[in-house]
Design a protein around this ligand. Structure first.
Ligand SMILES: *[C@@H]1O[C@H](CO)[C@@H](O)[C@H](O)[C@H]1NC(C)=O
Ligand SMILES: *[C@@H]1O[C@H](CO)[C@@H](O)[C@H](O)[C@H]1NC(C)=O
Ligand SMILES: *[C@@H]1O[C@H](CO)[C@@H](O)[C@H](O)[C@H]1NC(C)=O
Ligand SMILES: *[C@@H]1O[C@H](CO)[C@@H](O)[C@H](O)[C@H]1NC(C)=O
Length: 210
């Protein structure tokens, strides 16, 4: 069953602590989804692995409003779903803009702002081209990032950006999100039920609004 929309008040009641986790290491291995119709815009969803949801932090990280955040603890424990407008950028890739404010917690001395931001988004974000994100992660600095999102080019309404974790299979994603295995394979250009790579973004077709 696809996760269903919760009310703003129940989203708000979730307590969020970021799992800035091991998955972040592979963040840059995901390529954005290609597009051809520059300036096409659609509604997209992103699955963010939050151990519990601090709504104000999610709103800030995804430049989203409370009503754009949903969660379903039964269908996908530990995930928050963010609704974003996704666009075909001039680079002919589907992306959405967001910004990340570097927190005051100590970052490794040799990390860049891009490293810290990529770790925070657990693989859903990449820095835009240009040097700004390569600066040291000064607390309070605002870093522009691109979220990996997608618009459907198949017979389904939305794509959900989902970062693979150890143990995932096409079959497990299919039963978790209610998309057929064929649809998941088609949306991701997979030849068959290939293994799911931990840390890589997959686009899961959805027919209903999350
Ligand atoms: C949400 O998380 C941020 C960053 O960790 C923290 O500053 C803020 O106090 C938290 N808000 C709530 C309501 O817990
Ligand atoms: C998407 O864009 C529309 C039109 O500009 C806007 O009204 C809406 O709030 C946006 N939705 C999100 C989730 O940003
Ligand atoms: C994303 O941000 C860039 C840089 O600020 C801006 O030029 C572009 O119009 C934005 N695109 C969208 C779809 O918001
Ligand atoms: C950054 O420093 C840590 C600890 O000294 C080290 O383990 C890591 O490999 C370094 N990373 C890079 C990219 O140099």
């Amino acid at each position: 069953m696809p996760p269903t929309t919760t009310s703003s008040s129940s989203s708000r009641s979730l307590l969020l602590h970021l799992a800035v986790s091991a998955a972040a290491g592979n963040a840059t291995s995901s390529a954005p989804l290609a597009c051809s119709e520059v300036s096409r815009v659609c509604t997209a969803f992103l699955a963010f692995p939050a151990a519990a949801a601090n709504v104000s932090l999610l709103e800030s990280m995804f430049d989203a409003a409370t009503g754009d955040l949903t969660a379903d603890a039964v269908a996908s424990p530990g995930y928050a779903f963010v609704r974003k407008n996704c666009s075909c950028f001039p680079s002919r890739t589907y992306l959405a803009n967001t910004t990340y404010t570097i927190p005051s917690a100590a970052a490794p001395l040799n990390a860049t702002a891009a490293d810290v931001a990529a770790a925070a988004y657990a693989g859903l974000a990449v820095p835009p081209p240009g040097g700004a994100a390569q600066r040291p992660p000064r607390p309070g600095a605002v870093v522009a990032l691109h979220l990996l999102c997608g618009c459907s080019s198949g017979p389904w309404n939305y794509l959900l950006s989902y970062v693979g974790v150890d143990g995932d299979t096409v079959e497990s994603l299919s039963s978790r999100f209610g998309a057929s295995m064929d649809a998941i394979e088609a949306a991701n250009g997979m030849a068959g039920p290939d293994p799911i790579t931990a840390g890589k973004v997959y686009y899961v077709p959805l027919n209903s609004d999350l």
